[in-house]
Design a protein around this ligand. Structure first.
Ligand code: ZN
Length: 486
């Protein structure tokens, strides 16, 4: 009988914290600056320069840990992780090893399988390394490499999941939910393409006959993939590759692999270091990190509303789960939705317009909800004009499009384009009478039982009013007039 395999995935996510200065020195923490313009003896690793811990970084890391339901430890400490690489001036990274800031959290994912909790083993604070800029396409063909140490010493948290995911899709859902939760804390830019959020994936296959511990399965780590989509693709490829090896009776080697975006495949980089290769030891230049109980309680009190609570309240407000997910997953969109609803409380009308036409214009203009193309006030006014019958849905779409272009108020657009529905019944009755007089044959057909004939007459009235009459009203006025027209 052929063996079956269970996919086992654990993710390590690095998140750069949005502090004003670096983790252990006063240098500015800013992305995209001239190389080596934000450095000092501490982050350059000059002998004798001493690190001083950034309190804001501790606060942001603590908020992340609380949001992910971790136990935040009042006592943790820093350690040196030794390795040699040109982007690491000290030849060690200050990190946290055996006593991290937080442990035992979780992230809840939702999918066709329902809801599942993915465990978080630990969250620790550490400093980022610098960056190598290779001259040429990629490392292999580079003619040289330049070191930029602006990023050296930028504060990071590393969030290590438990090996609780069993498919590439679950890994993607975990990353998406993790980013959503963190986005509400405003602690990081969370941009994978700029490296402020980075992900390493550990994948192994457990044969059904295997009875040993998960930890002893040979793991392959895919490093520094640049998008959620590529994390998923890298894992997909690894599953196929490892399965093929196992089926041929070949052992999977424990190693670090890179992901080739163009080919959609992983390639071997180096054999994976074990923890003891890093020769961790306590950082002698920093005291242990001790969190005061009162300080920790204050952090808990200042936590914002998080996605779980928002899902609950939006569902209570009557939104369907699909809309709830779209709103919650984009913090800026959710904030904008709240602004509009505060002015115009018809939750369903606001949601429908915001998630369809409004979002379509935003996408077309390449805008994010941090900078909405039409203000919450103007959108609320437009919805008001639909509700009071001034505009049909079709007219409102036209008005909204103009608002995105000219930034005018909806009233200004309505006046300029001469839009607005004719709701004055007397005005429509006059046109109805004219249409009936001009089309005696069609009227007779309708009277003879041809229901379709009425649609033609409605069309004639709409045409005469340039589409500005309410079709329902035209319909009933026509029936009324024909009934009394003998
Ligand atoms: Zn510095």
């Amino acid at each position: 009988m052929s063996e079956s395999y269970e996919v086992v995935i654990g993710l390590e996510v690095h998140v750069e914290l949005k502090t004003a200065s670096k983790l252990f020195c006063g240098c500015t923490n800013l992305f995209g600056q001239e190389p080596n313009t934000h450095t000092c003896p501490v982050c350059l690793g000059m002998p004798g320069a001493l690190p001083v811990l950034n309190q804001q970084a501790v606060a942001l890391a603590t908020r992340a840990a609380l949001a992910l339901s971790c136990d935040v430890h009042p006592f943790s400490k820093f350690d040196r992780k030794q390795y040699f690489y040109p982007d690491l001036p000290k030849a060690y990274q200050i990190s946290q090893y055996d006593q991290p800031l937080a442990t035992e959290g979780h992230v809840t994912i939702r999918g066709e399988f329902g809801m599942r909790s993915i465990g978080i083993e630990r969250i620790h604070l550490e400093e980022d390394a610098g960056k190598l800029n290779h001259i040429g396409q990629r490392l292999g063909d580079a003619t040289g490499s330049l070191v930029d140490l602006n990023r050296a010493g930028v504060p990071l948290i590393e969030i290590v999941s438990r090996p609780d995911m069993h498919s590439p899709e679950e890994a993607r859902l975990y990353l998406t939910e993790l980013r959503t939760v963190l986005s509400y804390l405003d602690i990081s830019d969370l941009r994978m393409e700029e490296g402020s959020m980075r992900c390493d994936a550990n994948i192994s296959l457990r044969p059904s006959s295997y009875t040993g511990s998960l930890v002893d399965l040979p793991r392959v780590e895919i490093k520094n993939v640049n998008s959620f989509r590529n994390v998923q693709r890298g894992i997909e490829h690894e599953i196929v590759r490892q399965k093929a090896l196992l089926e041929q009776g070949i052992r999977v080697v424990k190693e670090t692999r890179g992901f080739d975006d163009a080919a959609g495949t992983t390639y071997s980089q180096r054999s994976k270091e074990a923890a003891n290769d890093y020769r961790y030891f306590p950082e002698p230049d920093l005291p242990p990190l001790i969190l005061d109980t009162e300080w920790l309680e204050a952090q808990k009190r200042e936590m914002p509303d998080l996605p779980e609570a928002l899902r609950h309240s939006l569902t209570t407000e009557g939104l369907v789960s699909r809309d709830v997910e779209v709103l919650v997953q984009d913090r800026a969109l959710y904030g904008f939705w709240r602004e509009v609803v505060a002015i115009f409380p018809d939750v369903k009308l606001v949601t429908n317009w915001l998630l369809s036409d409004y979002s379509r214009h935003m996408n077309a203009q390449g805008l994010s909800f941090d900078t909405p193309g039409v203000s919450a006030e103007h959108l609320a006014q437009l919805l008001g004009l639909i509700q009071d019958g001034t505009l049909s849905g079709k007219m409102a779409k036209e008005v909204l499009e103009a608002m995105f272009t000219t930034k005018e108020s909806p009233e200004a657009v309505v006046q300029r384009l001469g839009l607005s529905q004719i709701t004055d019944q007397e005005a429509i009755r006059v046109i109805v009478a004219e249409v009936i007089t001009a089309n005696p044959g069609v009227v007779a057909d309708f009277q003879g039982g041809k229901d379709k004939a009425l649609a033609f007459l409605v069309g004639q009235v709409m045409k005469a009013t340039k589409g500005q009459a309410k079709p329902n009203l035209v319909n009933s006025l026509l029936r009324e007039a024909i009934a009394s027209h003998v």
